[in-house]
Design a protein around this ligand. Structure first.
Ligand SMILES: O=C1O[C@H]([C@@H](O)CO)C(O)=C1O
Length: 585
C-alpha cells in the first residue's frame, strides 16, 4: 500500500528506480541489506634486501613489504588472492590461519597436506570466504619459509548493523615476531644435519616488523657500514600514536618462529576481549602472554600522564634468551613528538622460567557471557598426544606418541580424494601411549620412535577429544612450551593441568560451561591441555606445533574427515608427486 503510487509514475526509468529502492527496503527489513563482497588482491612474493632489525638480510616480501598487506574484510566476504611467486628458485604456499575454509579445504594453503607448492614464476589463485568476524593471520606454510618474513594479518569485521560487545575509539593491529639472521636454508639444513645444529635463540624481536639488533655486538663486523646500520629507517621502532583519553582496540598476534612472548605497554593495563576470533569474558592484564599462532584483542585506554611517551615491549618467556634484546616500540601520546623516547627504562620482563602467570592467563581465558558455544557434553573418541623429543637414525626429531611426522610429496587431500593409497602410510598412528610406564619428568631413551606419514581418520561429525601431554625433552630438567595449531576448525579448550594427565579424574574437572574456542593453544612445561572439537569440516587438516623448527622436526599430525563430501578439487592444487597424472587444466 505504501508504494501504491508507483503506478502513477509515468516514466519507465523512474519506475525501475523506485522498484530497486523498494527491493532495498525489503532487503533492509530482512536484515540482508549488505551483500557479501569479493575482495581481490594481487600479490607478488619475492626476495628483497631489508633490515627489519638494522641488519640487512634477504627477506621474503609481499608487494615490497614484510609484514605483508593486511587483508581487511567483512564477515561473509570472499577473498581472492592472486599470488605470483617471484622467488625465482623457491616454491611457496600461504596458509590462512584461523579461516576454516568451509567448502574450500583445498585453499587452506598447507603444502603437502592440501596443495602442491606454487612454482616459481607461476600465479596461484586462492579463493575462500571469511565467515566469522575476528583477528586472523596468514603466513607461508612451506618448509620453514614463514620465518623469512612471509606473513600478515586478516581482520574481519562484523556485518553492517551488528556491533561488538565492547566499545573503543580506534582499532590498531600489531604482529609480533622473533627474528633470525641465518636464512631459512641454513637453519633447516642444520636441523636435519648429523650432528644436529639447533637454531638457538633469535637475534632480535620484532614489533610489527621492526626490531633493534645491537650492531656493535656483531662478532665479525662487516666492512660495509651499510650492512648493519642502527639508523636504517627499516628499523625505526614501531610507534603507536594515541590520543589522550581515547580507548584503543589493539589486535595483537604472534607469528614467532620459536619464542613465547610477554607483551606490555608500560604503565597501562590491557583488558583482554578477543582470542583467536572469539569474544573473551574480559579480564585485565599487565603482561599479555602470546604463543606463536595466537591472536588477541585488548582494550587500552590512554589514561596516563599525557606529557610523556611510554614503552611498548615484547620479551621472551619460557626459554632462557639472555642475548635476545627486547622488542621495543613506543606508545606516543599525541601531540608529543613521536621520536621522543620515554623518560624511563623499559619495564622489566617477567621471569622467563616462572610458568605460574602464564598458566594463570590460560586459565583466565573463558568465553564471554552471551557468546558461549556450549561444547558437546561427551566425546566419541579420545586421543592422547604425548609430545617427546627423540633421535631417529641419528637425527633429533620431535614425536607424538613416538611417531615423528614426515610430510609426503603428494598432498594428503588429493591422495585421499583420488584414492592414491600408496602415497602415504595406511597404518593409522597410535591414539595414545603407555601411560603407566612413561615418566614425563625424565630424559627418556625413546629408542622405539619411528617416522611416519600416516593420518588419523576421524568419523565425520564425531566429537574428538585431544589431550596434549608434555614431557621432558632430551635435555635434563627441560620441558618446553608448545603452541598447537589446528587447521580447519576451532576447538574448545576444556582444561589445563600440571603433571601427567589422569584419565579418570581430570576429565571431571573439564570446563563444559564456558570454555573458549581457539585454533592455537599452548601445552605448558610438564603439563597437559585438553581440547574438544567436532570433525565436521570435510578435508585433510594439519594439527601441529606452531614452532617453525618443531613442525619441521616432525611435531605434527594430520586429521582426515568426510573426504567423500569434499567437492571437486581444483586442478590448480595438483601437479606434484603422484598428482601429476591427475592434472586436468
Ligand atoms: O628442538 C629443540 O632442540 C633444542 C634442544 O632441545 C636440543 O639442542 C631446543 O631447545 C629445541 O626446542
Amino acid at each position: 500500500m505504501l508504494f501504491s503510487n508507483m503506478v502513477l509514475i509515468p516514466k519507465c526509468k523512474s519506475r525501475v528506480i523506485l522498484f530497486l529502492w523498494l527491493l532495498g527496503i525489503i532487503a533492509l527489513l530482512n536484515g540482508s541489506a549488505v551483500e557479501a563482497r569479493i575482495r581481490r588482491y594481487k600479490w607478488e612474493v619475492k626476495y628483497e634486501y631489508k633490515s627489519p632489525d638494522c641488519l640487512q638480510k634477504l627477506v621474503i616480501t609481499i608487494n615490497g613489504g614484510t609484514p605483508g598487506p593486511t587483508i581487511t574484510a567483512q564477515q561473509n566476504d570472499t577473498i581472492i588472492v592472486e599470488l605470483t611467486n617471484g622467488l625465482l628458485t623457491e616454491n611457496v604456499a600461504i596458509h590462512w590461519h584461523g579461516i576454516r575454509q568451509i567448502g574450500t579445504p583445498w585453499f587452506d594453503g598447507t603444502e603437502g597436506v592440501t596443495q602442491c607448492p606454487i612454482l616459481p614464476g607461476t600465479t596461484f589463485k586462492y579463493q575462500f570466504v571469511v565467515d566469522r568476524a575476528g583477528t586472523y593471520l596468514y603466513h607461508a606454510h612451506y618448509g620453514m619459509q614463514r620465518e623469512a618474513g612471509l606473513y600478515g594479518s586478516i581482520i574481519v569485521g562484523l556485518p553492517d548493523g551488528k556491533s561488538e560487545p565492547f566499545t573503543y575509539d580506534y582499532d590498531r593491529n600489531i604482529i609480533l615476531n622473533d627474528w633470525y639472521h641465518k636464512s631459512t636454508y641454513e637453519q633447516a639444513a642444520g636441523l636435519s644435519a648429523i650432528p644436529f645444529q639447533w637454531v638457538k635463540e633469535p637475534q632480535s624481536l620484532l614489533i610489527h616488523g621492526r626490531g633493534k639488533f645491537n650492531c656493535s655486538t656483531l662478532t665479525t663486523p662487516s666492512l660495509d657500514a651499510g650492512i648493519c646500520n642502527a639508523t636504517n629507517p627499516d628499523c625505526e621502532p614501531f610507534r603507536l600514536i594515541a590520543v589522550p583519553g581515547k580507548t584503543y582496540r589493539l589486535r595483537i598476534s604472534s607469528l614467532t618462529a620459536l619464542s613465547a612472548l610477554s607483551f606490555q605497554i608500560e604503565g597501562h593495563n590491557m583488558t583482554v576481549v578477543e582470542a583467536d576470533g572469539h569474544y573473551v569474558e574480559p579480564f585485565v592484564v599487565q603482561n599479555l602472554f602470546l604463543y606463536s599462532g595466537e591472536t588477541y584483542s585488548v582494550l587500552v585506554k590512554a589514561d596516563q600522564d599525557p606529557t610523556r611517551n611510554y614503552w611498548i615491549t615484547s620479551n621472551i618467556v619460557g626459554r632462557s634468551a639472555p642475548n635476545t634484546p627486547p622488542g621495543l616500540g613506543v606508545f606516543v601520546y599525541y601531540p608529543n613528538h613521536p621520536r621522543r623516547s620515554p623518560p624511563t627504562t623499559p619495564p622489566p620482563p617477567p621471569l622467563w622460567n616462572n610458568t605460574d602467570p602464564r598458566l594463570a592467563q590460560s586459565h583466565a581465558i573463558k568465553a564471554r557471557q552471551g557468546y558461549i558455544h556450549t561444547p558437546p557434553s561427551r566425546s566419541d573418541r579420545v586421543i592422547v598426544f604425548l609430545n617427546t623429543q627423540n633421535t631417529i637414525n641419528g637425527n633429533v626429531r620431535w614425536s607424538v606418541n613416538n611417531v615423528s611426522f614426515a610430510l609426503p610429496h603428494t598432498p594428503y587431500l588429493i591422495a585421499l580424494k583420488e584414492n592414491l593409497t600408496h602415497v602415504f602410510d595406511q597404518t593409522p598412528p597410535p591414539d595414545g601411549y603407555d601411560f603407566q610406564n612413561y615418566d614425563i619428568r625424565i630424559v627418556q631413551e625413546n629408542t622405539n620412535a619411528t617416522s611416519s606419514n600416516g593420518v588419523y581418520r576421524l568419523n565425520f561429525n564425531s566429537t574428538v577429544d585431544i589431550i596434549l601431554q608434555n614431557a621432558n625433552s632430551m635435555s635434563p630438567d627441560t620441558s618446553e612450551t608448545h603452541p598447537w595449531h589446528l587447521h580447519g576448525h576451532d576447538f574448545w579448550v576444556l582444561g589445563y593441568g600440571e603433571g601427567k594427565f589422569d584419565v579418570f579424574n581430570d576429565p571431571k574437572k573439564y570446563n563444559l560451561v564456558n570454555p573458549i574456542m581457539k585454533n592455537t593453544v599452548p601445552v605448558h612445561p610438564y603439563g597437559w591441555t585438553a581440547l574438544r572439537f567436532r570433525a565436521d569440516n570435510p578435508g585433510a587438516w594439519a594439527f601441529h606445533c606452531h614452532i617453525e623448527s618443531h613442525f619441521y622436526m616432525g611435531m605434527g599430525v594430520v586429521f582426515a574427515e568426510g573426504i567423500d563430501k569434499v567437492g571437486k578439487l581444483p586442478s590448480s592444487v595438483m601437479g606434484c608427486g603422484e598428482t601429476q597424472g591427475l592434472y586436468r587444466p
